[in-house]
Write a protein that binds this ligand. Structure first.
Ligand code: ZN
Length: 318
C-alpha cells in the first residue's frame, strides 16, 4: 500500500519499503531498536515515500517486534513519510491507533490453510476482523482515523494449499471493499507468481474493485520478482512493495530468499524512465546501516555488487 505523500508529483511508481516489517519478521537475529530507527531514517532520507515500519503482532509470537510502538512513534516524526504498520488483528490495530499510525495493513490470506497457520483464523473470520477494525476506525475523531489496507496474501499460490483459485482472490478483494477498506493490495507471499499470472490476476482484480487496487507485493523466491513487478505495472498498478537487500522471506516458504530487492527495483524502474524519487547513493548508505546492524543475516542484490552503469542518471534524464 502506498500513501503518496511528499514528492508525489515527481514519482511515477511509488515504492513501499517493507524491509523493517517483512524483512525483519523473517530474520532470526534481533535488530537493536536504535538501529531500526536509524535504518528507517536512512530509508526515508533516500527518498522512499512510504515505509512499513513494524508489525503490531503479539510480541510473544514474534520477539522482533517487541519494540513496535517505539519504532513506529519515531518514524512518525520523520517529515513527508507515509508510515505503515502491519496489524494481524483488531488488538494490533488498537495498539497502532493509540500512537497515531495513519495507515494500517491487515493481511487476509486467500488460502484457508495459510490463514489458519498465519493468523489462526479462517478467511471469513479474518474478513470479520477487518470489519471490526473499520468499526474501531469509525469510532475515532476524524483527525485520528487511520486508513486501512487489506493485503490479500498467498494470492498466487500457497506452500500449504498449493493452487489458489483466482475466484477466491476476487471474492476477498470485493469483500474487503464492501467492508470499507480504503485499499487492497495483492501479495505473492511465497514467491509462486509468474508474469503471465500477475498480468491476468491483477487485471481481473482491477476490473473487480477499480482504483481501490493499490500495491502489488512480490517475493523473489524463484527469481521472478522483477519480472512480476513489470507485469504488475502493465496491469495498471503504480505502487510496489520491496525490501532493501531483499531481506526476509516467509516462514511457510522454506528457502524463500525474501522480497523483491529495493535497490534492484529502483534501478530497473529508473532505467525504464519511471521515476521513483529514490536517490541511489543514499539508498546504498541505508544498506550499509542494515548490513552493519544484522551481522550474520543474508543479504541479496545485484546493484550492491555491480554498481550503476557508467553515466547512469536515472529516469529524469532518460
Ligand atoms: Zn511478503
Amino acid at each position: 500500500m502506498t500513501g503518496r505523500v511528499g514528492a508525489m508529483a515527481r514519482i511515477d511508481i511509488s515504492i513501499s519499503e517493507v524491509g523493517p516489517r517483512d524483512g525483519l519478521q523473517n530474520t532470526k537475529i534481533f535488530m537493536a531498536t536504535d538501529a531500526k530507527k536509524a535504518w528507517i531514517r536512512a530509508l526515508a532520507a533516500a527518498g522512499l515515500p512510504e515505509i512499513e515500519v513494524c508489525s503490531f503482532v503479539n510480541p510473544k509470537m514474534i520477539a522482533q517486534f517487541s519494540d513496535a510502538a517505539e519504532v513506529a512513534a519515531d518514524a512518525l516524526t520523520i517529515p513527508n513519510l507515509s508510515v505503515v504498520a502491519l496489524v494481524p488483528n483488531l488488538k494490533g490495530a488498537q495498539r497502532a491507533a493509540e500512537i497515531g499510525v495513519p495507515r494500517l495493513s491487515l493481511p487476509i490470506s486467500a488460502s484457508e490453510a495459510h490463514s489458519r497457520a498465519n493468523v489462526r483464523k479462517t478467511v471469513d473470520e479474518q474478513l470479520a476482523e477487518l470489519g471490526a477494525i473499520v468499526a474501531l476506525r469509525n469510532t475515532l475523531p476524524p483527525e485520528r482515523r487511520f486508513k486501512i489496507n487489506a493485503g490479500v496474501s498467498t494470492a498466487f499460490g500457497c506452500t500449504l494449499q498449493g493452487d489458489v483459485p483466482e475466484a477466491d482472490v476476487l471474492r476477498i478483494a470485493a469483500a474487503a471493499v464492501t467492508l470499507d477498506a480504503d485499499s487492497v493490495s495483492i501479495a505473492d507471499t511465497v514467491g509462486y507468481a509468474n508474469p503471465g499470472q500477475v498480468r491476468r490476476l491483477l487485471a481481473a482484480v482491477k476490473r473487480e474493485i477499480g482504483p481501490k487496487l493499490d500495491a502489488a507485493h512480490f517475493h523473489n523466491t524463484r527469481g521472478l520478482g522483477l519480472a512480476n513487478c513489470v507485469a504488475a505495472i502493465e496491469a495498471g498498478v503504480s505502487a510496489l512493495d520491496s525490501s532493501l537487500a531483499g531481506l526476509g522471506g516467509c516462514p511457510y516458504a522454506p528457502g524463500a530468499s525474501g522480497n523483491v530487492i529495493t535497490e534492484d527495483l529502483v534501478f530497473m524502474l529508473e532505467s525504464m524512465g519511471l521515476r521513483t524519487g529514490v536517490d541511489f547513493d543514499k539508498l546504498m548508505q541505508a544498506r550499509e546501516i542494515l548490513v552493519a546492524s544484522l551481522p550474520g543475516a543474508e543479504f541479496y542484490g545485484h546493484l550492491a555488487k555491480s554498481g550503476l552503469p557508467k553515466g547512469f542518471a536515472g529516469a529524469v534524464a532518460a
